[in-house]
Write a protein that binds this ligand. Structure first.
Ligand code: HEC
Length: 131
């Protein structure tokens, strides 16, 4: 009897541990790591974007959760001004994959083919918005 309990506890422990390890692996490979996102943002995006000032593109602090084309400091393309997309995980992921598929005729000519990198950058933008 004692043996059975020990076995059961061991099995539960291993199952939980397995779950935790799988989740950690999934997170590392699927992205959503804001710290890695900051590094990737600096590498990939800061040629055109800063967080708090205009460069070639609009400032991106607070963009997560906002409607596209709404930073009053920046002169957007007509397409962006007319867009009604709200920036969240799915819309930003599509945007960074292929901007034309979200807002045709926009002015951002850039795409990021690496899914984990996109997810990390989106997690970073989300953190900056406090969402
Ligand atoms: C080659 C320059 C360039 C690069 C590189 C670039 N962007 Fe952009 N981005 C732009 C421009 C220009 C716009 C405005 C487009 C318009 O008005 O049509 C824009 C717009 C955006 C918007 C919409 C902003 C809003 O206020 O609605 C987001 C979000 C965005 N970029 C994210 C990113 C991210 C994240 C990266 C890096 C992975 C990136 N961009 C890389 C030029 C760039």
């Amino acid at each position: 009897m004692q043996q059975n309990w020990t076995n059961l506890r061991l099995r539960i422990t291993l199952t939980v541990l397995g779950g935790v390890i799988c989740a950690a692996i999934a997170m590392a490979s699927s992205g959503k790591d804001p710290d890695r996102g900051r590094d990737a943002f600096e590498k990939r995006c800061t040629g055109c974007h800063a967080l708090d000032r205009i460069k070639i593109g609009p400032p991106l602090r607070g963009v997560y959760g906002r409607t596209a084309g709404k930073d009053a400091r920046f002169t957007y393309s007509e397409a962006m001004k007319a867009a009604s997309v709200t920036w969240d995980e799915p819309t930003l992921d599509r945007w960074l994959t292929d901007t034309e598929s979200v807002i045709p005729d926009n002015d951002m000519s850039f795409r990021l083919n690496e899914p984990a990198e996109r997810a990390n950058i989106i997690a970073y933008l989300r953190q900056l918005s406090g969402k």
